[in-house]
Design a protein around this ligand. Structure first.
Ligand code: G4P
Length: 285
């Protein structure tokens, strides 16, 4: 579903997450490991306030491992714990309960000091922008399928705690927040990684963005995937070279640019170009 984030929707989404904060000990901020900054809600610090937070770099299976390591260090330098996970296969997910418990150990020690013998399980909430993998992670942690609520603020249902082992409970509805879409680069990165549906931005524009990025940062992948001798600096020439290699031709024998764009984006999203990260801490603009 296409999501329309009007100012009113955003205010409501923020309020809904803040309502839920009252019930939880720790927030899991879910980001896309390939674009951790672009997949982040611009107001997240304000929204979460002092609530302990664990940053989860999801879809790490598709991201460049070396870059993900840089991100983990980057967050650590900011005093945040970040963990790379793959909610789909479950890699890294087992660490979550222990990491969450570690984050709230002072709070729970105080509860014990007040005479509460067996502190309750750690209560957690997943927050993140649409398509970052919130439902996948909830289902993974629950060990069963939990119905997804629409990606719309205001679609409410009775919330329940999902037990995750003995030591953690998770709210079954995530906090859905909006991305930072006033930045054009962010829009392209979210489109390249599939977080924004293809109807929203022009496919050729998205492919131009992707090909420029790959030419600069992963040239060898382009060379081998499309069997190129070199990478033309001119973007039209690059489209033409890929199009000719792939037989993306129009009836008149010209290159079908739409088809080239489709192939490139599909290759990126299905990992035919390998594991890619579109943002690194060192490359931040
Ligand atoms: P949301 O609740 O935050 O909106 O996201 P959701 O879980 O629906 O996940 C969005 C897409 O991302 C889904 O793919 C999901 O399978 C995929 N995904 C989630 N986590 C991971 C991960 O760690 N690794 C990889 N590779 N993919 C992940 P989809 O195309 O919408 O559906 P489908 O491909 O599963 O059919």
């Amino acid at each position: 579903a296409t999501i329309q984030w009007f100012p009113g929707h955003m205010a409501k989404a923020k309020r809904e997450v803040q309502e839920k904060l009252k019930w939880i000990d720790v927030a899991f901020e879910l980001l896309d490991a390939r674009v951790p900054m672009s997949s982040r809600n611009p107001m997240i610090d304000e929204i979460l306030g002092q609530k302990p937070r664990l940053v989860l770099l999801n879809k790490a299976d598709m991201a460049d491992e070396a870059v993900t390591e840089q991100w983990i260090r980057y967050f650590r330098e900011q005093g945040k714990t970040a963990i790379a996970i793959d909610a789909q296969s479950g890699t890294g997910v087992r660490q979550l309960a222990a990491a969450a418990k570690e984050m709230v150990k002072d709070k729970f020690a105080k509860m014990r000091a007040k005479g509460i013998k067996n502190p309750r399980p750690v209560r957690a909430l997943i927050v993140g922008i649409p398509n970052v993998g919130k439902s996948t992670l909830i289902n993974r942690l629950a060990g069963r399928h939990i119905a997804k609520t629409g990606d719309k603020p205001g679609v409410t249902k009775a919330q329940q705690w999902i037990k995750v082992g003995k030591e953690m409970e998770l709210l079954d509805t995530p906090g859905i927040l909006w991305p930072k879409f006033e930045d054009e680069d962010v829009g392209y990165k979210l489109a390249v990684t599939g977080a924004i549906k293809d109807e929203i931005l022009n496919g050729q524009d998205v492919a131009v963005y992707a090909l420029r990025f790959l030419s600069a940062h992963y040239p060898e992948r382009l060379l081998s995937r499309y069997d190129l001798d070199d990478i033309p600096a001119d973007i039209i020439a690059l489209f033409e070279a890929i199009g000719r290699r792939r037989g993306c031709l129009t009836a008149g024998g010209g290159v079908d640019y739409d088809k080239v764009a489709e192939i490139v984006l599909s290759d990126i999203r299905t990992e035919k170009l390998g594991r890619l990260s579109f943002e690194a801490p060192a490359l931040r603009t």
